[in-house]
Structure formats: C-alpha cells, structure tokens
Write a protein that binds this ligand. Structure first.
Ligand code: APR
Ligand code: PHB
Length: 389
C-alpha cells in the first residue's frame, strides 16, 4: 500500500486532517484501532471555539453543527451565592458553539465515508518506521493480514495512549506534566438544562459544572477524590452534591432525572515537545492533554490540524517545506497558551486536598477581582473563546 500521508488515529484530529487533505487533493489513509461505533460511543465535551467552528465549515462538515449547535455568548463563574457572568461577545467580540464532540466526530465520519475516504478500522499493532529517513512507512495488522503502508509523511493523531509520540526518541522528547489530585464525576441526563449558559462553580465542597448538549440533554460534573468509585455514587447522591455546590436559586431550579451515562475521569496537564520529528507530525491528544476546565481539548486538536494541513498543502502544492519545518513551534505556541488557561481555571475553581486557608482566600480574592474588573473578565473571555490561528 502507498499514500501521501498516513494518519494514525480516527478520532476528531485524524478524521479532520484526512478530510482537509482530501479536499486539497492530497491522499491520506486513516488507521484506527477501534470500530466506528466504539469511537462514536465516547462522551466528550463540545465547546467549540469560533476557529474550530470555522474550520469544520471549511471542511464541509458544519451544516448540522450550525443547525443543531447552540451559540453561547457568555458563561458563568459561581462562588457561593454569587454568579459572575463572562460576556464573551461584549468583551472580545467572539463566542463559542456548544455541540458535542461525538457529533463532530459523527459528522466527520459520515462526510469522509460519503466521499470515499480510506479509513481502516480494527487495525492492530501499528508501528512507525524510518521516520528520520525519506521513505517512512507504517506496518500494521488488519483483517488477519500483515500490511505495510509506504508514505511521505505520518500524522500521529492517536491520542495520549497511541504509539506515535513514543516513536520520537526519548532523548529528543521533553515532557511536561501536572497530575491533579482529583477527578470529575460526570453525568448525562435527559433533562432540561438548569441554565442557558455554562456555570463553572467554585465551592468549599468542591468544583461543579453545569453544561448541556441540547434543550433536553444536560451534562453535569462534580469534583471527586481520586479514590472515589462510580458504584458509590447513586444518581440521588450526585444530584444532592451538585445542588450543594450551586447558588441556591440555581439549585432550586435544577431538574433531575435518571443518568444515561455516568463516569469518573482524572485530570492532568501534559505537553510533549517537539510535536514533530523527521516525517512524523503529532496532532491533538497525542501531543498534549489539558484538564477539561477550559474546554480546550478538542479545540487544541483542531488548531494543530489547521496548522499541519496548511503546512502539508503548502508542500504538495508549492514544494514549500517552510511551514512543515515550523509546525511544532507554531502549534506549541498555541498549546502552551491553552495549557496555561486550563491550569489557571483548574487552580481557581477546585478544592485541592492540601489547600490551606490562605489558598482559599487567594481563590476568593481572584474571583472577587473578576467580579470587579472588566479587564480580568476580558482576559478570561479571550482565552475561553480562543485566539485566532
Ligand atoms: N492504532 C490506531 N489507532 C489508535 C491507536 C493505535 N495504536 N491508539 C489510539 N488510537 C486511536 C484511538 O482509538 C482514538 O480513536 O486514536 C484516536 C485518538 O482520538 P482521541 O483520543 O479522541 O484524540 P484526538 O483525535 O486528538 O482528539 C482530541 O479527544 O479525547 C478527546 O479530550 C480530547 O477533546 C479532545 C479530543
Ligand atoms: C461538557 O459539556 O462536557 C463540558 C463543557 C465545558 C467544559 C468541560 C466539559 O469545560
């Protein structure tokens, strides 16, 4: 087998990259470990920066997002009984679109399959070879046979646990990590959302988040300890804890119902530098992980794909290797800004086990400053809605 770009991973990053390349006349083959249904079964956040929404429209997969997605021009930070609104539109002229990542991925799969893209599912034992030469290839097993995919470039879009990042020699890689001492217990319920805009709640009992998917599908989270087990959290216990962390008016308005999905996810910040080595280029979770507090995971993946697709198009169209050479530096500049914002929001809104009274007062003072300062709220708005590429 031969292609121009081998894409490892059929999540949002891999699918979007393969689609942008195909629309520019560049051949790509996507190698995905799981089935289509398994990929689409993942419940993930979906707060799309305007750059992400524009990129999806440019890829020809924005129609359902524009029809079913909800444009939000603000969100709330709550502290005890106070609600601080961050009016994105008024402060920085940008907004976000709330549209689940699962739907983004579904739209990408539907469009790619309709256009005859080559996406191999249930692929096993993917290995990357000769990345530092001029004839890289990928070996893998599929449908019982061994295969070799020759290519010009490899895009590592295989998430945190995939093989691509590890294909960069350890002596070259610089890894930066912060593991947070808590997780998020998330619930999906077929109930009307308690709020029309997201509420990020700081409370002495811990963080909570009120989000949504559509007018009859709500998404809620509460911070829990790393030792918590999902089986110890009945729906009633979850609803009681969520109410306890929200302002009274919001708690009173909460409509509860049976969970249709409930899970606990750990939080970490992680960045691996560089994001390219020889003919390998990393995108998305393969190179970086952010805590969901800033809703940046999918948006960073799309930003990487924007930069890499532009670089590959410049190469194949004009034999210009400049953007490929600058990809890692360009992508990392955006990544670190988002990692900082996600870390700042996580530090501001969560209860850390070793928090002292001083730490608590610092959180209260920072929230008080946001309540009092339009400049402070503008900085949050600019980071949350994402800078232009
Ligand atoms: N071979 C082939 N495919 C693999 C392998 C492998 N060895 N390892 C992982 N994969 C696939 C996974 O099955 C997954 O479908 O790579 C894909 C990576 O997708 P994501 O993990 O969704 O990562 P990415 O596309 O970068 O999207 C980032 O997804 O996890 C969320 O919070 C994250 O919102 C962010 C977004
Ligand atoms: C979600 O809706 O799942 C969601 C929204 C915003 C976040 C994190 C998760 O910051």
């Amino acid at each position: 087998m031969r292609t121009q770009v081998a894409v490892i991973g059929g999540g949002p990053a891999g699918l979007l990259l393969s689609r942008l390349l195909m629309r520019a006349g560049i051949d790509a083959v996507v190698l995905e470990r799981r089935s289509r249904d398994r990929v689409l079964s993942r419940i993930r956040a979906g707060v799309l920066e305007s750059g992400t929404a524009d990129t999806l429209r440019r890829a020809g997969v924005g129609e359902r997002m524009d029809r079913e997605g909800q444009v939000h021009s603000g969100c709330y930070l709550s502290a005890g009984e106070s609600l601080i609104r961050i009016p994105f539109g008024d402060l920085c002229g940008r907004n976000v679109t709330v549209y689940g990542q699962t739907e983004v991925t579904r739209d990408l799969y539907d469009a790619q399959e309709a256009d005859g893209a080559v996406i191999l599912h249930d692929v096993e034992d993917v290995a990357l070879h000769d990345l530092d030469g001029d004839a890289p290839f990928v070996s893998f097993r599929h449908e019982g046979g061994e295969h070799r995919l020759a290519c010009d470039y490899v895009a590592g879009c295989d998430g945190f646990h995939g093989p691509s990042r590890q294909a960069i020699p350890a002596e070259i890689r610089r890894e930066f990590e912060r593991v947070y001492p808590f997780g998020w217990l998330g619930i999906l319920s077929e109930t009307p959302p308690v709020t029309d805009e997201l509420i990020y709640a700081n409370h002495e009992r811990g963080f909570a988040l009120c989000s949504l998917r559509n007018p009859m599908l709500s998404r809620y989270y509460v911070q829990v300890g790393l030792d918590e087990k999902i089986e110890d959290w009945s729906d009633d216990r979850f609803w009681d804890e969520l109410r306890a962390r929200l302002p009274q008016g919001t708690a009173d308005a909460l409509v509860t119902g049976p969970s249709i999905e409930k899970s606990i996810a750990p939080l970490r910040s992680f960045v691996s530098e560089p994001m390219s080595w020889g003919r390998l280029f990393l995108c998305g979770d393969a190179a970086h992980i952010v805590p969901p507090t800033g809703a940046k995971g999918l948006n960073l993946a799309v930003g990487d794909v924007h930069y890499l697709s532009e670089a590959l198009i410049a190469f194949y169209r004009d034999r210009d290797r400049g953007k490929l050479a600058g990809y890692s530096e360009t992508a990392l500049a955006r990544v670190w800004k988002a990692v900082r914002f996600s870390w700042q929001m996580t530090t501001l809104l969560h209860r850390f086990p070793d928090n002292t009274g001083f730490d608590r007062r610092m959180q209260e003072a920072e929230l008080g400053q946001l309540e009092a300062s339009e400049t402070g709220r503008r900085l949050v708005a600019e980071n949350y809605t994402g800078a232009p590429y």
